[in-house]
Design a protein around this ligand. Sequence first.
Ligand code: CMC
Length: 392
Amino acid sequence: SGYVTLDIGYKNTGATKSAITFLDGEQGILKYRGYPIEQLAERSTFIEVAYLLIYGELPTQQQLADFEYKISRHTLVHEDMKKFFDGFPSKSHPMGQLSSLIGALAAFNPQSLKQGLTAEEVNEEIIKLIAKMSTIVSWIYKKSLGHPVVYPQNKHDYVTNFLYMTFGERTEEYKVEPVVVDAMNKLLILHADHEQNCSTSTVRIVGSSDANLYASISAGISALWGPLHGGANQAVIEMLERIKEDGGDTDKWIAKAKDKNDPFRLMGFGHRVYKNFDPRAKIIKKACDDILEQLGINDEVLDIAKKLEEHALKDPYFVERKLYPNVDFYSGIIYRALGFPTEMFTVLFALGRLPGWIAQWKEMKENHEPIGRPRQIYVGHENRDYQDIASR
Ligand code: CMC
């Protein structure tokens, strides 16, 4: 069967050529389409970054206005989807709901299953998906409270509309605080793409079989769910809460993380590619301080997080292995300050990652990449003869 290179976990295998995101893990550099993440997080908006990732250039004012307008026309989700959504138990995990609902969008958009869609037809599905994702995420949040969903108001921009549907009530006027809109934009921008990570590779590989956009993204959401990937943001807060309840002794927990007989890992620490500070973590740490101050929130968990970071960064175990805080270490503390329950954190990551997944899926299609199909080195039995069940 020819020569096969073994690289379990694809630690060193480039699976594609991509012009979307540049990442230098040794130096801690991240750029989208050549623009440094620091500039985008500081000055751009989520929807502008989505445009940049998907279409390759920053939009002109007119292009941005058209993009926002088209998205706003698709924010309603079919009422029959609502019936399907109502069937989920109210305590079911938001990520399971999200991947199912996004997969189900294919059933409500059968035109997306057609082979050989034109670029315009593909674009139509992309716009719909971006629009409906924010509505669906807000539904999931409302369900967790047992509250009725709030329908979109298209006079708002994308992020404001999302916050309105999430935190607004049907009965009273909801005022979206600018500090919350800014924080949300920043977090979504920082999560918007990260080259060939687990969920993005999943999206590309599922899409490479010519599966439709919704199915590909739904698979990416499932990949993101795991605590070693996007699920880490939920796991970080749960860990910090446990440390708090346990008396706040961070050194004891660092010792646990170092103990090879203990499966516990310091959640929000370490990264496959960054062997230096995750540039997103730097921005989020600062944003976390700023936002909590502006909202007048004093969260003990933030103090524990800072102490944990400080101690871990001095510990030879973490130094030798180049383990630094990653994007998920501080993001949950901000989400919490904005009012999101812990189980929603990974869903918010997915909302942010959506434009990256779409851009990567679109690039894979435009490059006419072949179906993704890794090889293996077989290590099983050679020849065995079938034995009748009675004689086994
Ligand atoms: N706590 C304790 N030890 C760790 C940690 C950690 N968080 N991360 C890595 N190590 C150790 C690991 O035990 C190994 O030690 P040794 O060489 O003695 O066997 C060494 O560091 C290298 O780790 P690895 O597991 O081989 O590295 P990987 O590239 O396969 O895994 C990772 C990367 C992110 C899965 C891992 O660092 C981890 O599990 N971190 C905690 C979960 C987390 O925060 N995930 C979010 C990642 S960033 C956002 C995202 O991707 O969604």
